[in-house]
Ligand binder design. Structure first.
Ligand SMILES: [Fe+2]
Length: 383
């Protein structure tokens, strides 16, 4: 019945959301507490009073009524099959529970934070397995999945398995013990079943128009997530009228302007943006605004968002999409550094780690053998 490991998303001071895939129509809930043997709290998902049921995945918001910052939360997910004979004759199956998990939530006030970033995994099992192993050793405070979880979500695909069970092992999650922040890529919106994505990697609570944008304070780091959308103009014939990313990017620019002005973002010792398609191109790169080819960088994102990031003194933008790692260092003309993660194949895949502590922040990019292939550092104003 429970068809994936739990995937924790939307970390906030007042709660977090747990997602898990189900193999048939079921309801689900989260039992949690402050110790592993005392899960004395229950969070039930309901919409306008009707308990949530799904045959894809369940998402359950756990509301914290007091700060749990720095303290582990123990929880397990529970599912119960549901069948309707008619509106007054419902059949409930046997209750199934996951093992108890120990969750650490990132703390806005912490003096140390480790953020891990993966991108363009494109359902590559070998790469995903290696990333799971390395992440378990690094124990980041937050994992960011920076787009292109899939090749597409076609009729024969199982979108919930791709997004909630990427290693293909219910006993082996990568975001059960710390939260996952999802940033959409251009492949994540393709195919007949692309609309199912939000069942597993759902939008942030209360954000119906800009579901995937976030601006979070994580210890010394302010992390801002942007959605670059598709890699061709909305009017491109292959989209057949299904693309409306241009107004969406405009809307995000207005959101970004106010997000970077929030004190916890503006005053963070280090500000980092993250989006799937790069915002900086190299000479000759396609900016994705014509009907020729596809974007190597987002021309619209560069025009709309980079000036805001520059003005707000962002240190770097972290992206992917190119399937080849590179770093574009800051220059006088473009003070925002760009880190581009690698591709889906094990020999191209990378893991990017950002660690900030005290007056120092460092970023390094590893290959799948765990070898550091790039490294940058900043001195930051602790504060
Ligand atoms: Fe991409």
């Amino acid at each position: 019945m429970i068809a994936s490991p739990p995937v924790v998303q939307h970390p906030a001071a007042d709660g977090f959301t747990v997602h898990f895939a189900v193999s048939a129509l079921a309801t689900g809930w989260v039992e949690w507490g402050r110790s592993a043997d005392r899960l004395d709290r229950v969070a039930i998902a309901a919409d306008h009073g009707l308990v949530r049921a799904s045959d894809l995945a369940l998402s359950v918001r756990v509301r914290l009524d007091e700060s749990m910052a720095g303290e582990p939360i123990y929880y397990r997910v529970v599912a119960q099959p549901l069948a309707y004979k008619n509106a007054y004759q419902l059949e409930r199956g046997e209750v199934v529970a996951s093992p108890v998990q120990k969750l650490r939530l990132p703390n806005a006030g912490a003096d140390r934070i480790t953020i891990a970033i993966v991108n363009d995994t494109h359902e590559n099992r070998e790469t995903l397995a290696a990333l799971h192993t390395r992440l378990a050793a690094i124990e980041p405070d937050v994992l960011v999945w920076n787009g292109d979880t899939c090749n597409d979500f076609d009729e024969r695909d199982a979108p919930m398995q791709i997004v909630l069970n990427p290693a293909g092992d219910v006993a082996r999650g990568w975001a059960a013990e710390q939260p996952l922040l999802f940033v959409p890529g251009n492949h994540d919106v393709r195919g007949k079943r692309a609309h199912e994505l939000s069942a597993g990697l759902s939008g942030w609570p209360g954000q119906s128009e800009l579901p995937y944008n976030f601006a979070l304070r994580l210890g010394p780091v302010a992390l801002v997530g942007l959605d670059t959308g598709e890699d061709k103009p909305d009017a491109h014939p292959v989209f057949a009228g299904m693309a409306a990313y241009e107004p969406y990017r405009e809307q995000q620019a207005a959101w970004l302007k106010s997000a970077v002005a929030r004190p916890e973002i503006a005053e963070a010792p280090l500000r980092i943006a993250i989006c799937h398609i790069p915002l900086r191109g190299l000479p000759g790169h396609n900016d994705g605004t014509t009907l020729e080819g596809h974007a190597y960088y987002s021309g619209m994102g560069a025009k709309l968002w980079l000036p805001i990031l520059r003005q707000a003194r962002f240190a770097a933008v972290i992206s992917g999409h190119m399937h080849q790692h590179r770093i574009d260092d800051p220059s006088e003309a473009e003070p925002v550094m760009q880190v581009v993660g690698g591709g889906p194949q094990p020999e191209r895949a990378t893991l990017t780690i950002l660690r900030a502590e005290g007056d120092k922040a460092e970023l390094w990019v590893e290959d799948l053998a765990g070898k550091t292939i790039s490294q940058r550092a900043w001195s930051i104003q602790a504060g």
